[in-house]
Design a protein around this ligand. Sequence first.
Ligand code: FPP
Length: 249
Amino acid sequence: MTTKPIALQELPADLDKSRLPGHVAVIMDGNGRWAKQRGLPRIMGHQRGVDTLKDLLRCCRDWGVPALTAYAFSTENWGRPLEEVEFLMTLFERVLRKELKEMMEENVRIRFVGNLESLPPSLQAEIERSMEETKDNLGIQFTVATNYGGRQEIVQACRAIAAKVRQGAIEPEEIDEALVERHLYTCGLPSPDLLIRTSGEMRISNFLLWQMAYAEIYVTPTLWPDFDRAQFHQALSAYQQRERRFGKV
Ligand code: FPP
């Protein structure tokens, strides 16, 4: 998958295997700055970011993290220059087409979350094909948030629930957290335990708003294309030093 050298294949000895996060989410920020620092067009940062993501996916598999979710394109990202948006759409499609065989061999289940209907039809077709072909894979669960917005996800869940109430299929009193969760794009996926954001911004940026309720947040100044296994090791070490109380004492 990647041409970068792969070090640290075993779980580092200082990490406790029994206390790894069950689900890691990543905001892959800093691709544009990484490219700019090298005098390259922004799109080269995204291109390089794909290698980083592929290696992180493999690292999760090697170290025993069962679920990874990446924020690839937000509902706000349409406001970027047209050529960058078009490059990203083509990149997603190209990567999916190229990597499907290897995802099957590596037992990856890929899922896309977001408002997928407004993506280019050829990308939608590739997304559907990859989700369908990998749906019975029991290895790592890899989720890609594309044309995703957390508020928009909650709004569409409200609409779906309201429609069921109107039909008389459910009573308003039956609406609880579990029911709302079943109407989110991420239905069936556990909430993230750890959110990693690269490039130093201290924001959630409309990512998995509901699901992030008790996630531990780790922000690193490293730009996404430079986020490697050593950096992931540091994020997991920091996570294992946190005391998670879930609102209790
Ligand atoms: C944010 O960096 C990054 C993105 C908006 C795109 C991330 C997408 C990928 C790495 C491709 C993933 C591919 C697949 C198939 C899942 P930025 O452009 O905001 O960087 P900046 O803040 O430095 O400008």
